[in-house]
Design a protein around this ligand. Structure first.
Ligand code: KIV
Ligand code: ZN
Length: 515
């Protein structure tokens, strides 16, 4: 690559996980981290280790597993946070600490209750502490998009002098307009005397739908790292979407002075993995990864495409990993064929026992469903393994009766902490009856906030993938389940959510804390 490199910093596992309901287990985060590494993401922000023991363990595990990407941990500008982040990235081949402190007067006055001098001192001190662990240090002046540029120049010069190697400019609340944000980046790079000692990065939120535009303007004005997430997941309206940033840069090389080294053919795999795990479905008209992104409905467009693809397409679907539904395996496929197709899909098994269990799931599915597609194979791993520590409640059997002119009735058998229990319930519909029967046994008192069902492939024999979002004492979690029977898929998703509620510990939110 002759052009300058644009560093892709993925924060799906950190800012993405801050989307209400998008919390992920350690195993899920590891699967996403591995997929990001295969896609050649430069930096993976794996979490916020001070938030909870679970977050610390996830970042530490990812640091031990990921070899090619840098693993980054977030920390407030507090010694205790930075020490925890430093310990979490210790096993990494290449680790980074990302520390941040708010610089807008609104945040300094109301949230931090600190003077600008105190903020500069705390930021410089944070870099000093981080240097005990690594030389790869990123500093973010939180809410930079609404901060005084003169103050930004002052604090950034001070942290670079102390050893910060990346300066990330966040538009934390998605307030900036593209021309303003681009001008801010240019201004900072030009005015800060030691700006050449650091890489300038941007981190844009999408509150006004401008996260990608703002990030691209920043790149045109000198930023050489972009922070983004798969499917644009993230706090509130989300972050800049990785796939849109990468494909805009790649498709418009005539405009941009830099390029990424990302393997874009892995984009669809990552997109599906993240939407499957979080239950955040991708809207059909979403750029690059939406189901309609490469579909042509009007006759004129179809005619044009058939004559010359370039008439209506600026990218090739296969370049971002779209494949047509391919019949891959069937009932008679053996263990080796199954394993090798799973390997081609970048799905690995921790042990022979895990492989055996997945193979049993595959055979069970193949008995019910004649044609098995890649999407079906991917859905097999979206449910946790049966011996996983996350499964307190397990589904043993379900019987649902639904007929015209009578209320549906569900009878369910679960094991709860290893003990088998059965209950029955009547509901307004079969799913309602099923959830009521589960609630009778588990008595969790959770509130259902969202229920959605999607067909994984085409055809009436497709598996249904159900996502539920439940709330308990202010905690929101998602659950997923897939089956050719959508009532069974619904029960699985509800049980998956219950297990997450039971196993979750309290977390600190990064932007709530003060110094
Ligand atoms: O949006 C934000 O400001 C952040 C910082 C922690 C970088 O997520
Ligand atoms: Zn953010």
């Amino acid at each position: 690559m002759n052009k300058e490199k644009l560093i892709i910093f993925d924060t799906t596992l950190r800012d993405g996980e801050q989307s209400p309901g998008a919390s992920m287990t350690k195993d899920e985060k590891i699967r996403i981290a591995k997929a990001l590494e295969i896609m050649k993401v430069d930096i993976i922000e794996a979490g916020f280790p001070i938030a909870s023991n679970g977050d610390f363990e996830s970042v530490r595990a990812i640091s031990g597993i990921i070899k090619d990407s840098t693993v980054c941990a977030l920390a407030r500008a507090k010694e205790i946070d930075i020490m925890r982040a430093g310990d979490a990235i210790k096993p990494a081949n290449s680790g980074r600490i990302h520390t941040f402190l708010a610089t807008s007067s609104i945040h300094m006055q109301h949230k931090l209750r600190m003077t600008p001098d105190q903020v500069v001192e705390a930021a410089v001190n944070a870099i000093k502490v981080a240097r005990r662990y690594t030389n790869n240090i990123e500093f973010s002046p939180e809410d930079a998009g609404r901060s005084d540029p003169d103050f930004l120049c002052r604090i950034i010069e001070a942290v670079i002098a102390e050893g910060a190697t990346t300066i990330n400019i966040p538009d934390t609340v998605g307030y900036n307009m593209p021309h303003q944000f681009g001008a801010l980046i240019k201004d900072l790079i030009e005015r800060i005397p030691n700006s050449d000692k650091a890489i300038f990065s941007v981190h844009c939120h999408n509150d006004l739908g401008l996260a990608v535009s703002n990030s691209l303007q920043a790149v045109l004005n000198g930023a050489r790292q972009v922070e983004c997430t798969i499917n644009g997941l993230g706090e509130r309206a989300g972050n800049a979407s990785l796939e849109e940033i990468v494909m805009a840069i790649r498709t418009r090389q005539d405009v941009f002075p830099c390029d990424t080294t990302l393997d874009a053919t892995q984009i669809m795999t990552c997109s599906k993995l993240v939407s499957g795990i979080t239950g955040f479905n991708v809207q059909p008209n979403k750029a690059i990864v939406g189901a309609n992104a490469f579909a042509h409905e009007s006759g004129i467009h179809q005619d044009g495409i058939l004559k010359a693809r370039e008439t209506y397409e600026i990218m090739r679907a296969q370049d971002v990993g779209w494949t047509t539904n391919k019949l891959v395996l069937g009932k008679h496929s053996g263990r080796n064929a199954f394993k090798s197709r799973m390997t081609e899909l970048n799905i690995e098994f921790g042990s022979d026992d895990d492989l055996n269990e997945m193979f049993v799931r595959f055979k069970t599915l193949a008995d019910k469903k004649h044609d098995i597609f890649d999407e079906d194979l991917q859905s097999l791993v979206s449910e946790p393994l049966l011996d996983s520590e996350t499964e307190t409640i397990k589904l043993i059997s379900l019987h649902v009766c639904s007929e015209t002119n009578s209320s549906p009735n569900a009878s369910i058998t679960l094991t709860i902490n290893g003990e088998e229990q059965t209950s029955e319930a009547i509901g307004d519909g079969p799913v309602d009856a099923c959830f009521k029967a589960i609630e009778k046994l588990t008595k969790t008192g959770i509130a259902l906030q969202l229920y959605s069902v999607n067909a994984i492939t085409t055809g009436t024999d497709s598996q249904g993938e159900v996502t539920v979002r439940v709330e308990k004492d202010g905690q929101i979690v998602n659950g997923q389940g897939a089956d050719t029977d959508i009532i069974i898929a619904s029960a699985k998703s509800y049980i998956n959510a219950l297990n997450k509620v039971i196993n979750r510990t309290g977390k600190t939110h990064p932007q709530l804390g003060t110094v």
